[in-house]
Design a protein around this ligand. Structure first.
Ligand code: DGY
Length: 325
């Protein structure tokens, strides 16, 4: 079985691939996968691709990769994969759910705190030599504990955020999700609301939705206008869920207080207006980037590959492919 790893991933996971009998693993160099032509070329020989969220796995690529049996995405999100095209061709698609919930939730809280309490701005102020005297009004921000957090998408990561915020910071939890969560309503006193209700009542709004047609552009100018002028928006899910242009305008004009963003509409491009704003805390998509979590993600991707090779059931399928192609 020929396995293509589109860019370097944690080595222990690659070693497991290399140690598997009757497999041949090829890893593209850092940067090479950014070149679409090189990716298509390499894919044409692959039986399995271990892909990252930066690589588009679409019909064009599947048609070039005539022996492809699986895309093992090293991410929980799989919006980089054309699911219908994979289904139509009997190609397995797997993702890495569960192993990154804690790290992603930790970072969502870090962004929430950093934006509310103006941490990057305060640090820039200090490093610029501007801290000459303590002052009662110096860099004051929003209170976090005891405030209301609205969670868009109460899946595994949303739940991990709710637990941290509810149990650790005594926050009131509202959530918007098609599924009711009676367990969290009991344990955390969480309340399910409609989107407008949540946006109007929350001091913090944290996004934990997959990117789909239905969630693209979900938070635009109208939705931002429904939020409190003291509110903070946090996005660790996918950039295109938020209209960045509208967000930058809302941050500049004080429609909302601040935003903490780990993801962007056109990554790695950042809207230039956001770069100019002190009340936008911006990170390069690192929510799951703890060393143990990235290793666990790589290992789970490889678990899926090895299961396919051994004729077993891949543990985390998104699309169940054909047994042979
Ligand atoms: C994912 O897994 O979908 C993240 O965006 C990267 O951890």
């Amino acid at each position: 079985m020929k396995v293509l790893v589109t860019r370097p991933i944690p080595e222990p996971a690659v070693e497991r691939l290399r140690a598997e009998p009757a497999t041949e693993t090829r890893m593209l160099e850092e940067g090479a996968a950014l070149d679409r032509a090189a990716l298509l070329d390499a894919a044409s020989e692959a039986d399995v691709i271990v892909a990252l969220l930066t690589e588009r796995m679409d019909a064009e690529l599947f048609d070039r990769a005539s022996s492809l049996r699986m895309v093992a995405n090293m991410a929980v999100g799989f919006d980089n994969v054309d699911i219908a095209a994979a289904e139509a061709r009997g190609i397995w698609v797997t993702n890495t759910p569960g192993v990154l919930d804690g790290a992603t939730a930790d970072l969502a809280l870090a962004l929430l705190l950093a934006a509310a309490r103006r941490l990057p701005e305060a640090e820039r102020f200090l490093r610029a030599g501007r801290y000459r005297r303590w002052g009662p009004m110096l860099l004051t921000g929003q209170e976090v504990h005891g405030r209301t957090l609205g969670i868009l998408g109460m899946g595994r990561i949303g739940e991990a955020v709710a637990r941290r915020a509810g149990l650790g910071f005594g926050m009131e939890i509202l959530y918007w999700d098609e599924r009711e969560r009676p367990d969290l309503e009991r344990e955390l006193g969480a309340r399910r609301t409609d989107l407008d209700g949540l946006l109007g009542a929350a001091d913090f709004v944290s996004i934990h939705l997959p990117l789909t047609e239905g969630t693209t552009g979900l938070i635009g100018a109208d939705e931002l206008a429904r939020m409190k002028p003291t509110a903070v928006l946090v996005n660790t899910a996918r950039g295109p869920i938020v209209d960045e242009e509208a967000l930058a305008a809302a941050l500049r004009s004080g429609v909302i207080w601040a935003a903490g963003l780990d993801v962007f509409e056109r990554e790695p491009e950042i809207h230039p207006d956001l770069l100019d704003l002190d009340n936008a805390v911006l990170l390069p998509h690192i929510a799951s980037a703890s060393i143990p979590t990235r290793l666990a993600m790589a290992q789970l991707a490889v678990d899926n590959v090895l299961a396919l090779h051994r004729g077993e059931d891949p543990p985390t399928p998104v699309v169940r492919g054909a047994s042979r192609r």
